[in-house]
Ligand binder design. Structure first.
Ligand SMILES: *Cc1c(COP(=O)(O)O)cnc(C)c1O
Length: 495
């Protein structure tokens, strides 16, 4: 299996190991597989008998053909082990009627980023060996909270890698700060920045493009790398859980092999839903992909009108991981529907004018597969309350957006086949908003909110968020944004 850039009409080919190491193509495009492997009814029948790590290894081996099946099974078995994902990696729960929830938040940081970030660092570490790289990858991450923690947990103690995370000192919640400052592992470092998220992000981008810094690192045996969500290594593990969920629905007798299902995904950067689209292209019987957005509904408008326009107000919502105006992975969908030449043109227009309009032929291709809906803050809060009170099912703010959109879709279409709603975070990850949605009472403190929610709903706090106050704080350092590079030098010169 080879990979090509979404913007390269000459279709130059690269290996999986190369694209995982490289992240972004030279021409600014994203890497995509040259062809799509298929999953037949017989394959599904066999996968039904397998555990999650085996399903993952089998599906990844269709895409990562320069890794052996043994290597993939080894890494998937470690990544999705019971101690990281107690009770299983991606369980499917029945909510009500024909609605099911795919819970992707049982990993070490209680959010779905773990599904990719537990295995991707392992794939990168192997990619360095496969591409003859003898330097260590130094991963730099600027985070507004959740991605930083998930990356730290993913890269901790992974060979040939080190990771350094920068977060805005007053820009993350008390829970998030504690999660990062108590991070364990020998190859991790965390630094607070006196500034906001943009300052941290700008600082990291500046370091990546600083040729002197690149050279200085090279002399010490390092190169910079990113844990960015557009890396193919983060996307490919996400295909697995759609196929796995289908198998689980078969195993529970909810569907028969060959039956169609709908899938509804709370969407930000379009990575998760694009993985579902790939599963559909592989042959998984998915009828519609419902793209759920919050009040930042640029994708809802795009799917309705064919015009992508980021020139609009930006809202901070209670589903912050979906507060995005440029959904980078949408470029991969454009490539599959419109080809490299048009994709490059659309992306150029997005960069210059903040907008583009797709041709009507391409729009109808997208319409066959996707529907777009959004939920505002009131609808999100009502959905959390409604599903807790009426179905005894506790959901976080992101999942609630998806549930609300799934309901809107059902109401519009009466398309009542099984609906798989993707649940992307533990309700405890956003405990204050969830508690407030149910009781109309706002806890003053995030740590308190965890306990209040647990008491009120008689449910257990997700394991990664338990006992945070008792953990040993390892990282207390704060730096100015202009000193980020010297912080990096300090870190790598330590023994
Ligand atoms: C990242 C994230 C999303 C959005 O996923 P994309 O792949 O960026 O579309 C949704 N919910 C949660 C909780 C997330 O962390």
């Amino acid at each position: 299996m080879n990979y090509i850039s979404t913007r390269d009409k000459a279709k130059e080919k690269y290996t999986a190991a190369f694209v995982i190491k490289k992240g972004l193509a030279e021409d600014g495009g994203l890497f995509v597989p040259e062809k799509i492997p298929s999953v037949s009814a017989d394959d599904i029948k066999n996968l039904c008998k397998d555990t999650y790590p085996v399903r993952a290894a089998k599906i990844l081996s269709e895409y990562l053909t320069d890794y052996t099946y043994g290597e993939l099974l080894d890494e998937c078995s470690k990544a999705y082990a019971e101690n990281s994902f107690p009770g299983g990696a991606a369980p499917v729960k029945h909510i009500c009627d024909n609605m099911f929830s795919l819970e992707l938040w049982h990993g070490p940081t209680a959010a779905f980023k773990d599904m990719a970030l537990q295995v991707m660092p392992r794939l990168l570490s192997r990619a360095l060996v496969k591409t003859g790289e003898d330097r260590t990858a130094l991963i730099l991450v600027a985070t507004s909270g959740d991605t930083g923690k998930a990356a730290l947990e993913g890269y901790k103690n992974i060979d040939k890698t080190k990771i350094m995370v920068f977060y805005p000192v007053d820009g993350v919640s008390r829970v998030q700060k504690l999660q990062m400052s108590t991070q364990t592992g020998d190859n991790v470092n965390v630094c607070a920045i006196k500034g906001n998220f943009d300052d941290a992000q700008t600082g990291v981008k500046k370091i990546f493009s600083d040729s002197e810094a690149v050279k200085a690192l090279n002399d010490k045996g390092y190169f910079f790398s990113s844990a960015n969500s557009i890396n193919w290594g983060r996307l490919v593990p996400q295909i697995v859980y759609y196929i796995s969920a289908y198998c689980d629905l078969v195993n529970s007798g909810s569907i028969k092999i060959g039956d169609e299902i709908n899938v509804c995904v709370p969407t930000g950067n379009f990575g998760n839903i694009f993985a579902a689209y790939l599963a559909k292209l592989m042959g998984l019987p998915i009828k519609k992909l419902i793209c759920a957005s919050n009040k930042n509904n640029v994708l809802t408008d795009f799917l309705k009108t064919g015009v992508y326009d980021r020139n609009r107000d930006f809202y901070c919502t209670m589903s912050p991981s979906m507060d995005i105006l440029i959904s980078s992975n949408l470029e991969r969908l454009l490539y599959f529907c419109a080809g490299a030449e048009k994709t490059a043109r659309y992306m150029d227009s997005l960069k210059r004018n903040g907008k583009y309009e797709i041709d009507s032929g391409i729009k109808s291709l997208i319409d066959e597969n996707f529907a777009g809906y959004f939920a505002d803050e009131t609808e999100t809060a009502q959905t959390i309350r409604d599903y807790y009170v009426n179905h005894n099912y506790l959901i976080d703010t992101h999942t609630a957006v998806a549930v609300s959109c799934a309901e809107q879709y059902l109401k519009d279409t009466q398309d009542n086949i099984p609906m798989l709603v993707v649940s992307t975070a533990s309700p405890y990850k956003f405990a204050a908003d969830v508690y407030c949605s149910i009781t109309s009472e706002r806890p003053d403190d995030e740590l308190e909110a965890l306990k209040m929610l647990s008491k009120y709903t008689s449910s257990e706090i997700s394991y990664p968020l338990r006992g945070l106050e008792e953990r040993k704080v390892r990282f207390t350092h704060t730096a100015k944004p202009e000193d980020m590079l010297s912080e990096v030098y300090d870190y790598i010169s330590k023994p």
